[in-house]
Design a protein around this ligand. Structure first.
Ligand code: BGC
Length: 728
């Protein structure tokens, strides 16, 4: 009976629903849930079923009869990707958008406010571009240094990643733009990304791979989450009820929509029953795009949630209409909440505005990490020099981001060479040598040994003639990209030899690393006095590096990832990338510094590390019980001669945990800017979640009573203050 009434209502044409007064769903003053229910009741079953698949490459399905708009999407998260589909549908004249720093560069700022500002700017551009959803942030953990997409994520630590994820989500949503927090869950390798089955225990998922997603949902109120390509514990993420229904929706109370990663659906009932709501892409044109030898007869993964298939699944009893309606309800809820019903994004506005450029620049500047500075080689003193040699395959080309779906083509990107020319001043002559080519590869002839040697010789000769040399090395978006993992952590062929040759020619040699993940530095690091790392840092990366080199800014970035001496020391080594389509996360929760601490391995550079042109003194630690945890306060003073920013980090150590726990876990941090001589009191609070571990036996988080230590450090390996409290 009920059903019949609903269907009768649903078939009423829109115009009849109102006679001049808007229908409840059209009235912006009504509560979202009321609007959702009203609209759902007006939709035919066919219309509802049609909404579970997209139309085209970057758009969900609209229902014009009821004025339901589509969700127009744009790739991210390094900015608004300025194309909307593969060749056939790519914009003819792309609008050039802002290339923001990559996730790892943004994470290196440890500046939550700045991450929020960058996200605002990304949100603004998404709207200006006429899009409603930005496919980011990527909050997957950097499990090991070879993942091709490490550059997109926020590093190895779940707490740091969670703070940045929340800021990013809130920033984007404040603009009425839908972020898609991706890729849920444990998308940590490109190797066999459509077929790999990851065995991960519950504690590891909850302590390492979930927290950034959980925080994005529970604290950030994220409107959308993107599922991952891979399988977790035997089931594809797009049809994994343990992930989507039990964890995301039931435990975390997620009310938004789950969108599939592109071509990651592998059946019809599976995703719907598990809690996946929107298959992307959609429409016949894209069904044969993904040549995945999975389960569908046609050998592709597209079109699983097309209307006909959904209807057939409902008719055969594999799926209930209620589950389909839940998906529709979620899509409608997001449309209403984001304001897209009432204020559609029309686009055609200016992008790459001064404020967006500024956010990108600040992100790049704050993310520069000073890794080594022997004999205070840096900053270079322009007034005391006449010549500088700028050398290397990443010197004259701006390496704004890694490769794949996140790549943004900006209007203008500053290379390190250009940045140095701008920053060095007229008195300093800037000279350039390639030193060694990089990604020439495809199509262009590989240089012979002799050509390489000559190139290197030219670079060394130039370096010898100059007051200082800057060698810019690392990867490009060809070496580090979505779609495949790096074969090695080593610098691309020829770069280590180039550093050696230049360092031998000029003792005042500084290396700049531009990459998306750590590179092997042990073969060359002792031969040079200075090393900076800027990662892929967007369109202003070259400016930021040059400003840091010449002391226009004081580097304050801190590593969001442990930098291993050798690949074999990394914590997933031996359990990555897996074989026969299986990988076991055998290191468990001991990812990054947690694992280095446990094994006592000394890294090249520890998590949280980064030097400055000034020095900081920590003092006056006080730890007082507060609520269910403790309030920790201490002072940080700039004891040097120049202004700078420090990021004090708070690590928790439990003395006698009921189960095995890492030596220390990051549970607080704050970036503080200090003038010379200035001192600031920092107060950080530890709540129950910060003291808890996930107890797989109970299937829940547990905080022990007992003794806890709090360690405050300038990095995970440079603990300056130690305090203690007892949790009753
Ligand atoms: C990537 C996603 C991306 C999507 C759309 C997929 O291959 O994994 O991160 O958003 O494509 O381009």
């Amino acid at each position: 009976m009920k059903i019949r009434i609903a269907f009768a209502l649903a078939s009423l044409p829109l115009t009849l629903s109102c006679f001049g007064t808007p229908a409840p769903y059209q009235d912006p003053s009504r509560p979202v849930e009321e609007r959702v229910n009203d609209l759902l009741a007006r939709m035919t079953v066919e219309e509802r079923d049609s909404m579970l698949a997209g139309q085209g490459w970057m758009e969900s399905r609209a229902i014009p009869r009821l004025g339901i708009p589509s969700i127009k999407m744009s790739d991210g998260p390094l900015g608004v990707r300025n194309w909307t589909g593969p060749s056939a549908v790519t914009l003819k004249a792309p609008v050039l958008t802002t290339a923001f720093p990559s996730g790892i560069a943004l994470a290196s700022t440890w500046d939550v406010d700045l991450a929020g500002r960058v996200a605002h700017a990304v949100g603004q551009e998404t709207k200006a571009f006429g899009r409603d959803m930005i496919l980011g942030p990527t909050v997957n953990i950097n499990r090991g240094p070879l993942w091709g997409r490490n550059f997109e994520g926020f590093g190895e630590d779940p707490y740091l990643a969670a703070r940045l994820a929340v800021a990013w989500v809130k920033g984007v949503q404040a603009e009425g733009v839908i972020p898609a927090v991706k890729h849920f869950a444990a998308n940590n390798e490109e190797f066999e990304r459509h077929r790999i089955d990851e065995k991960i225990d519950a504690r590891t998922l909850n302590e390492i791979y979930f927290p950034a997603f959980k925080a994005a949902v529970t604290e950030g109120g994220a409107w959308a989450v993107m599922s991952a390509y891979n399988k977790v514990n035997g089931e594809w993420c797009s049809e994994n009820p343990a992930l989507l229904r039990d964890t995301l929706q039931d435990k975390w109370g997620f009310k938004g929509l789950v969108v599939s990663d592109w071509g990651s659906t592998y059946s019809t009932p599976g995703p719907i029953v598990a809690g996946m709501n929107l298959e992307m892409p959609g429409g016949a044109a894209f069904h044969y795009w993904f040549g995945i030898p999975s389960t569908k007869e046609a050998g592709n993964s597209g079109g699983w949630l097309e209307k006909e298939e959904v209807m057939a699944a409902v008719n055969s009893g594999q799926v209930t209409q209620a589950r389909v309606d839940d998906s529709v309800r979620r899509i409608l809820r997001v449309l209403f909440t984001a304001g897209l019903f009432d204020h559609p994004h029309v686009g055609g506005m200016l992008v790459d505005t001064p404020s967006e450029q500024e956010a990108a620049k600040q992100g790049a500047e704050e993310g520069v990490i000073l890794l080594k500075n022997s004999g205070a080689i840096l900053p270079l003193r322009a007034s005391a020099m006449h010549t500088v040699a700028v050398i290397g395959p990443s010197a004259s080309v701006a390496r704004t981001g890694g490769g794949g779906s996140s790549f943004v083509q900006p209007k203008r990107a500053i290379s390190v060479l250009q940045g140095i020319r701008d920053a060095a001043g007229r008195e300093v002559q800037v000279m350039y040598a390639l030193g060694t080519p990089m990604e020439g590869g495809k199509g262009s002839p590989t240089p012979s040994e002799g050509q390489l040697l000559d190139l290197r010789k030219d670079a060394a000769t130039l370096a010898a003639q100059c007051d200082a040399a800057v060698v810019v090395v690392g990867d490009s978006n060809v070496q580090e990209s979505e779609g495949f993992d790096r074969p090695t952590m080593d610098l691309p062929e020829g770069q280590a030899a180039l550093i050696a040759a230049v360092a031998a020619a000029n003792p005042h040699t500084v290396v700049v690393v531009i990459a998306g993940s750590p590179v092997t530095a042990s073969p060359w690091i002792d031969s040079v006095p200075g090393v900076l790392c800027s990662w892929f840092s967007g369109q202003s990366g070259g400016t930021a590096v040059a400003e840091a080199l010449f002391g226009r800014i004081n580097p304050s970035g801190k590593l969001p990832v442990t930098w291993p001496r050798r690949y074999e020391d990394s914590t997933a080594y031996g359990n990555y990338p897996g074989a026969h389509l299986h990988v076991t996360y055998a290191e468990g929760i001991y990812v990054g510094y947690r694992g280095f601490d446990r094994r006592g391995t000394v890294p090249q550079f520890p998590f949280g590390y980064g030097q400055s042109y000034t020095s900081f003194e920590y003092s006056g630690l006080s730890v007082a019980p507060a609520g269910d945890g403790a309030a920790v306060s201490f002072s940080v003073r700039n004891t040097g001669a120049v202004a700078g920013a420090e990021v004090p980090q708070l690590y928790v150590h439990e003395e006698h945990p009921a189960i095995d726990r890492p030596l220390k876990e990051l549970k607080g941090f704050q970036r503080v800017e200090l003038a010379p001589g200035e001192s600031r009191t920092v107060t950080l609070t530890l709540g129950r979640p910060d003291l808890s571990y996930y107890d797989p036996g109970r299937g829940d988080w547990v905080a022990d009573s007992g003794e806890f230590e709090v360690w405050v450090g300038s990095s995970s390996a440079d603990i300056r203050l130690r305090g203690h409290f007892t949790r009753p």
